[in-house]
Design a protein around this ligand. Structure first.
Ligand code: ATP
Length: 270
């Protein structure tokens, strides 16, 4: 992967199978991302226009970034990643230049996916923040809108944005031809937690007493990121206990399970 000032270009290696749960959501993303890129002729044959932007929203650590990468992998698309917060903190004009440059490079590298993390920072409702900082946001937003509208003729470029605060996104971005598809990425339920634990223990040697189903039930409100951390930490606990350990056992998972509190609260997900 080559790195040019805050923009990373690569085809990600993450696949749909690396993401536990979210079956329906993966299907929708597949249709929105893979189809237009892999079967663009179908769209022109039927005279329908593919989705140009997808907004993923939901609590942190629940795989928005990973989903965007898996979609890019599935479509074998170049992946350009931008952070709203990073862009916002740049010198005057730099953020806009980075945006324009990224769209330009995405065109050259098409098929491409441009992923915007923390999109609400750039695409915040106009006039939402203090007068001084809002001008930075407003200029970035209008650049983003111009670039997205300019995608009309370009094919094979899709913008995926992620936010924890969808209500803060400017309505102008939700117009047809911009973010046509809005998908909620929920925190995992028990079945999804089981699948996530399975993904992240795939390469681990587990003791016979490890019961991932039970562990999934025992980790209500844990995000995917926290479950991944749980698996990694359990391995460390096993090693700490015995540097020549050959398997990770249930008690190692329990030590970690009992030492962390889920960051999400019930109110946040209802
Ligand atoms: P943020 O809003 O904080 O950017 P995010 O929703 O984009 O978070 P990711 O960055 O995709 O979340 O996920 C964080 C980590 O948690 C990743 O390393 C990923 O492997 C793991 N993870 C999250 N959800 C899942 C899942 N459903 N299956 C497998 N791993 C997951």
């Amino acid at each position: 992967p080559s790195i040019t000032r805050g923009v990373t270009v690569e085809i990600p290696k993450v696949t749909w199978d690396d993401i536990g749960g979210l079956k329906e959501l993966k299907k929708k993303l597949q249709q929105a991302v893979e189809w237009p890129i892999k079967h663009s002729e179908v769209f022109s044959r039927l005279g329908i226009s593919p989705v140009r932007g997808v907004l993923l929203h939901g609590p942190p650590g629940c795989s928005k970034t990973t989903l965007a990468k898996a979609a890019a992998h599935a479509a074998q698309a170049s992946f350009f990643s931008l952070s709203g917060a990073e862009m916002y903190s740049m010198y005057v004009g730099e953020g806009e230049a980075l945006l324009r440059n990224t769209f330009h490079r995405a065109r050259l590298a098409a098929p491409s996916i441009i992923f915007f993390d923390e999109a609400d920072v750039v695409a915040a409702k106009r006039g939402d923040s203090s007068s001084n900082s809002s001008t930075v946001g407003e200029r970035l937003l209008s650049t983003l809108l111009t670039e997205m509208d300019g995608l009309e003729e370009a094919t094979g470029i899709l913008v995926l944005a992620a936010t924890n605060r969808p209500y803060a996104i400017d309505a102008a971005l939700m117009r047809p031809g911009r973010f046509d598809l809005v998908l909620y990425v929920p925190p995992p339920d028990s079945e999804a937690r089981y699948e996530i634990l399975s993904v992240h223990t795939r390469g681990m040697k587990l003791g016979n007493d490890v019961n991932l189903r039970r562990l999934a039930e025992d980790t209500e409100l844990f995000t995917g990121a926290e479950l991944e951390g749980l698996c990694k930490e359990a391995g460390i606990v096993a090693l700490r206990e015995d540097i020549s350990a050959t398997v990770v056992c249930d008690r190692h998972f329990q030590v970690v399970r009992n030492s962390v509190n889920a960051a999400l609260t019930k109110e946040e997900i209802d």
